[in-house]
Design a protein around this ligand. Structure first.
Ligand SMILES: N#Cc1c(-c2ccc3cc[nH]c3c2)n[nH]c1N
Length: 245
């Protein structure tokens, strides 16, 4: 997968050199290119923003540098999916991460200030799919952190990136009957730590009992932290036992 990231803060993406994603880059699973938007400015101050038409606080990112950046990065023929993080976008979900993981080429546009002139997305849509996407109902100062989150969520889904492919299948929100359940508690050695013992069932070796216990705990945690997810579970996914948990 090829990733292009356009930003005025390229240094924000140093974390993509380390850990799983760094290894994915070194092994060729991910081809990441971070670009400084100011490389497509032509004035002495490398200006990327201006005052908003119609007045109001803050500044807006000028369309010209973005237009020239997209012309340079997406000349003609094949085109990426363009992803613009914004508080006013559609929700970024595990399903959308999976959709992006199937794309051969993604281009992330990191806004700053009050956002990117809206004509940039409008013009880009004439030559590539453009998604405006939000991580949630809170406000960041720019798109870079959102892109880091999305790149990690997408990158870990690529075959070969995670050492244990089963981890993906067990994800919260991964497709399947457990799709809308939060993951339950996890434990490792020692069996007792500061007088706190690991639940006996996990040491029993009874795989059926362990699976049932894990599902019960996932149901309990979902009911406690995200009760709104429970009705979304397919009707067949909850049996009589589940409803009594
Ligand atoms: N995605 C997302 C965002 C943002 C966001 C994204 C881009 C910019 C550019 C200026 N301010 C921004 C905030 N805030 N909260 C989210 N869930």
């Amino acid at each position: 997968m090829k990733l292009d990231i356009v930003t005025i803060f390229p240094e924000y993406f140093a974390p993509l050199e380390i850990s799983l994603l760094g290894k994915a880059r070194r092994t060729g699973l991910l081809d990441v290119h971070v670009h400084d938007l100011r490389d497509w400015t032509h004035d002495r101050h490398r200006t990327v923003d201006d005052t908003p038409y119609g007045g109001g606080p803050g500044m807006v990112m000028k369309p010209e540098p973005w237009g020239e950046a997209l012309d340079a990065l997406v000349p003609s023929g094949d085109a990426p999916r363009m992803i613009i993080p914004t508080p006013s976008g559609r929700p970024f979900t595990q399903a959308l991460a999976a959709e992006y993981a199937a794309a051969p080429w993604l281009l992330f546009a990191c806004g700053r200030y009050e956002g990117i002139d809206s004509r940039v997305a409008e013009e880009a849509r004439t030559r590539m799919p453009v998604d405006e996407v939000s991580l949630g109902d809170f406000v960041l100062a720019g798109g870079e952190v959102a892109v880091l989150v999305m790149v990690e969520a997408v990158g870990r889904l690529l075959p070969g990136v995670l050492g244990n492919a089963d981890s993906v299948a067990d994800d919260s929100f991964a497709p399947g009957a457990m799709e809308s359940l939060l993951e339950g508690p996890v434990y490792t050695k020692p069996p007792v730590w500061r007088d706190r013992a690991v639940p006996d069932v996990l040491l029993s070796g009874h795989h059926g009992a362990i699976a049932r216990w894990r599902r019960d705990e996932a149901l309990r945690r979902t009911a406690r932290h995200r009760p709104e997810l429970l009705p979304r579970l397919a009707s067949g996914a909850l049996d009589e036992h589940d409803r009594r948990v």
